[in-house]
Design a protein around this ligand. Structure first.
Ligand code: SF4
Length: 305
């Protein structure tokens, strides 16, 4: 998803609290872009090329929205029927906020939208097959979390859900709605979850007990248990990644790294690996205030399926 909503109050608060030592910020989505393919990072973060949302991404955003709102209901009311009743109103809200979503469907073909809404309801069926939301009271939903690492780098992103057990144990939950083969994206998904685990460890002093991926299409749960040593290593990896991004920006050198993920890339027409030519490197990028990125909003939940 490429929509960049206006900075919200939560974002403004987070920005206001950025320590003076911080020089830049990094979200898990953008870090994963660079790790996957430096040129993809450039297209998205430096050229800021528009990306038309796909039907799959729109479905992911819709399902994330429904699952967030579901927990507004009293516990006993969090039924599959109640979730189904949220689908159409949440879609209407999303289309109002992001009118480009309406263009995904032919206005003269109401069946297209109806089928889309049915497919979102189908994913919710996958959710109810693996969790009973009546037994859960999430501590956070769609929460913007951030931490400073290495004194200079603000890492932050939106986690889908955080559960806190009575004994204080944390469980980070990420909903995966995409229909693409899981093996193509699982490493990226786990990278993002570790990113959130690192933020929580640095801000709360607690290593999350579980990082959970919920694959709604397959109705499967993938749990991962990190430890402090691993998160310390991961922190060094994130800092090194940021240093590599800074070096690539200074050199204006972002190389393509073809992989299976190219099948889902919006920018193949501009990619040298597919016969394309990238646009000229933006003159402002190398000399830009790196804190501009710290003030921009990271990808919202559901934007990276
Ligand atoms: S098509 Fe592949 S190699 Fe080219 S920019 Fe996209 S992800 Fe990178």
């Amino acid at each position: 998803m490429t929509a960049e909503p206006v900075i919200d109050q939560q974002q403004a608060r987070a920005t206001a609290e950025v320590p003076a030592t911080v020089r830049a910020s990094l979200s898990p989505s953008r870090a994963a872009d660079f790790k996957t393919c430096p040129l993809l990072y450039r297209f998205r973060s430096i050229d800021r090329l528009p990306e038309r949302p796909s039907v799959e991404q729109a479905r992911g955003t819709l399902v994330h929205a429904v699952l967030e709102r579901l927990f507004d209901l009293p516990a006993a009311g969090r039924t599959p029927e109640a979730a189904g009743d949220l689908v159409a109103p949440q879609w209407d809200r999303l289309v109002t906020e992001q009118p480009e979503l309406a263009a995904l469907f032919d206005a003269d073909d109401p069946d297209g939208t109806a089928e889309f809404l049915r497919s979102a309801s189908g994913l919710l069926g996958g959710y109810f097959a693996v969790e009973d939301p009546r037994r859960l009271e999430p501590a956070e939903r769609e929460a913007l979390i951030s931490a400073v690492v290495d004194d200079e780098l603000l890492i932050r992103g939106y986690l889908d859900r955080l559960d806190v057990a009575p004994d204080g144990a944390l469980r980070v939950v990420d909903y995966k709605t995409g229909g693409a083969p899981r093996e193509a994206f699982e490493a990226r998904a786990l990278f993002q979850l570790k990113f959130y685990a690192l933020v929580l460890w640095r801000t709360r002093g607690v290593v999350p007990r579980v990082l959970r991926l919920l694959y709604l299409k397959d109705a499967e749960v993938c749990d991962y248990t990190p430890d402090a040593e691993e998160l310390a290593r991961f922190e060094r990896t994130v800092v090194a990644l940021w240093q590599a991004i800074e070096a690539a920006t200074a050199r204006q050198d972002f190389r393509p790294r073809p992989s299976r993920l190219c099948d889902w890339c919006n920018h193949r027409a501009l990619c040298p690996s597919f016969g394309g030519t990238p646009p000229p490197f933006p003159a402002a990028a190398a000399s830009a205030d790196p804190l501009v990125d710290a003030r921009s909003r990271p990808s919202p939940p559901g934007a990276d399926e």
